[in-house]
Design a protein around this ligand. Sequence first.
Ligand code: DQA
Length: 146
Amino acid sequence: MKILVINGPNINMLGIREKKIYGELSYDKLVETLKKKASELNFEIECFQNNIEGEIINIIQKAYGKFDGIIINPAAYTHYSIAILDAIKSVSIPTVEVHLSNIHSREEFRHRSVTAAGCVGQISGFGAYGYIMALDYFSNIRSEDG
Ligand code: DQA
């Protein structure tokens, strides 16, 4: 199973930005943790981070026919990018939306996710563990597929 992890704007600043909200873990450490978990599950994994909406859309489009699952944290684009929503819907790859923080307990403008409508579901508020949960989800559907 091939999984693509996409992180949006400012996720490269993990460990530096608003530590009380996003924690101490750096982006590089997050990627390391995900690669370790993926290898335990026998998954192939690729991780991307980009600060630009169009680049995120390009990454999603290029995944078409190549990946079995996408884990995406669209970061601030979550709340207004219809273009990312359309890209997710275009490729028909099961996608899980992840947020480090609980977007529903924060400012009102973060409560709404435009992109979640194209996803299987959303995991929000569990820090880096949310991405691990998403990998477990894919492991679970792989087992169901036999
Ligand atoms: C975030 C939540 C967003 O509201 C915010 O803009 C981010 C990160 C999260 O992972 O908690 O950059 O997606």
